[in-house]
Ligand binder design. Structure first.
Ligand code: PGA
Length: 255
């Protein structure tokens, strides 16, 4: 089955209101409106509403980079699923490795966030991936298996079509050099097999996208791989030309 390809822009903690507006306007002018690719942009929280207004009526959807793992209450500084929906988001990123590392997010917190995002009908991208040490110690598959099993615990099979798995090897994020296609293929096939075994009765399994130094030069060798349903782009998503090149090449990869 051919599934719609996804290009997901993770702006991380970059840009300001002027540069964010400019970037979105430039992307909207550059992108071919008929391109058959799902495009999602994840700005920092303060710019969600601004970007939401700019993309209204276009083919771009909005994501928040995080939500808190409770619905509401005394959690100073946190943001709930309902709040990001209120700001126009239809997507949320969950469990990015930078949050696992700097904010000490655990698989159990990540699982609660995924359950909350599902019950609020948000689309979610659940990020998994091994660190450099885990790769060196041959622990890629146990690490990813654990992240998937715990992250997806108690998720109903009906909610899987709103979930995407983002495979991001931690050691290549922001490095300028992506993982090798054969390594990406091996892990994506492994994730696919795990999803089949975790949800044998599901009609639709989550799409699986790759992230980690995706750029306009390496995109074609990545998007053509089996079980790669799209890409998660960080640095290159901050530049209109680079980002639109990636989107166009993903659009051109359809058979
Ligand atoms: P990168 O970031 O493209 O800059 O490596 C990807 C990500 O962290 O989502």
């Amino acid at each position: 089955m051919t599934r719609k390809k996804l290009v997901f822009a993770n702006w991380k903690m970059n840009l300001n209101s002027d540069s964010a507006s400019q970037l979105v306007k430039d992307i909207l002018l550059t992108i071919n409106k008929d391109i058959d690719v799902e495009i999602v942009i994840a700005p920092p929280f303060p710019y969600l509403n601004l970007v939401s207004k700019l993309i209204e009526g276009t083919k771009i959807d909005l994501a928040s980079q995080n939500i808190f793992h409770e619905e509401n209450g005394p959690y100073t500084g946190e943001v709930s699923a309902q709040m990001v929906i209120d700001m126009g988001s239809s997507w949320v990123m969950i469990g990015h490795s930078e949050r696992r590392q700097h904010l000490l997010e655990t698989n159990s917190m990540i699982n609660k966030k995924l359950i909350i995002s599902s019950s609020n009908n948000l689309n979610a991208i659940l990020c998994v991936g091994e660190t450099y040490d885990e790769r060196r110690q041959d622990k890629i598959f146990p690490t990813i298996s654990d992240q998937l099993k715990r992250g997806l615990s108690e998720i109903r099979k009906e909610d899987l079509s709103n979930i995407v798995i983002g495979y991001e090897p931690v050691w290549v994020i922001g490095s300028g050099k992506s993982a090798k296609p054969k390594d990406i293929l091996e892990v994506h096939n492994f994730i696919h097999e795990m999803l089949v075994s975790l949800f044998p009765k599901a009609e639709e399994l989550p799409r699986i996208v790759y992230g980690g130094s995706v750029n306009s030069e390496n995109i074609e060798s990545i998007i053509s791989l089996e079980n790669v349903d799209g890409v998660l782009v960080g640095n290159a998503a901050l530049d209109c030309k680079k980002f639109c090149d990636i989107v166009m090449k993903v659009g051109g990869s359809h058979d």
